[in-house]
Design a binder for this molecule. Sequence first.
Ligand SMILES: [Zn+2]
Length: 266
Amino acid sequence: MQLAGPINMMKSSLAGGEARYSLSVGNETVDMNALVGKHIELTFSQRITCSNCGNRTNKSFSQGYCFPCARSLARCDMCIMKPETCHHHLGTCREPEWGLANCFSSHVVYLANSSGIKVGITRKTNTPGRWIDQGAVSALPILEVKTRLDSGKIEIALKSYVADKTNWRTMLKNEVEDVDLELKRNELLAEIPSLIHELQAIPIKDETINISYPVLKYPTKIVSLNFDKTPSISGVLQGIKGQYLLLDGGVLNLRKFSSYHLALDS
Ligand SMILES: [Zn+2]
């Protein structure tokens, strides 16, 4: 089978506790779980087209955009990475309507174990995909708030107690120790009662969600593959975790290559 066209980050979902991945290549969608254990080849055709305007670009900015779009879209603004810096109320949002639709909606603050415990935030509708994209082996939503800004304020407060970043090498090697997320939730919520009250955040009393990944063998040493250096990448697909393909010759972060035109042979 050969498919060709621009790719996007893999779409992920959870079925029976296992992460399921699909990749769109041009107009086709590939069930990536079905390729685990098989030899695949991905070839970059030296063409990148912006996932917003469709214009050709020599380099991908903000994971899939041309330079002008990366400068003008609200979704590429720094406040998306640092939600506590939301500046919508100042009238300076790059796209105020987009901001209203996307940032002024229910967000959840969650704990996840990807390379150890971490705190994160996401739109309520983005779970569990967000956790799978980070390669979390378990996750627990802990608070619901009305806006992205509020979720950022809580995340900042909780950063004094837990990490907010994933060590991707540790995540990919699966060197992850068990953490009792529910116990940690109770401890953390007890640290910030006044902020919870001030923001009218709603505690979520869910149980921990465990996530397994379609992986035959985890890498013991991480070699990072890159289409900019190696246009043709092939090998046996040993597994998928986060947005990474684990090939026998190295790991490939597909998210980084959103909007690249690739041919996939399998
Ligand atoms: Zn563009």
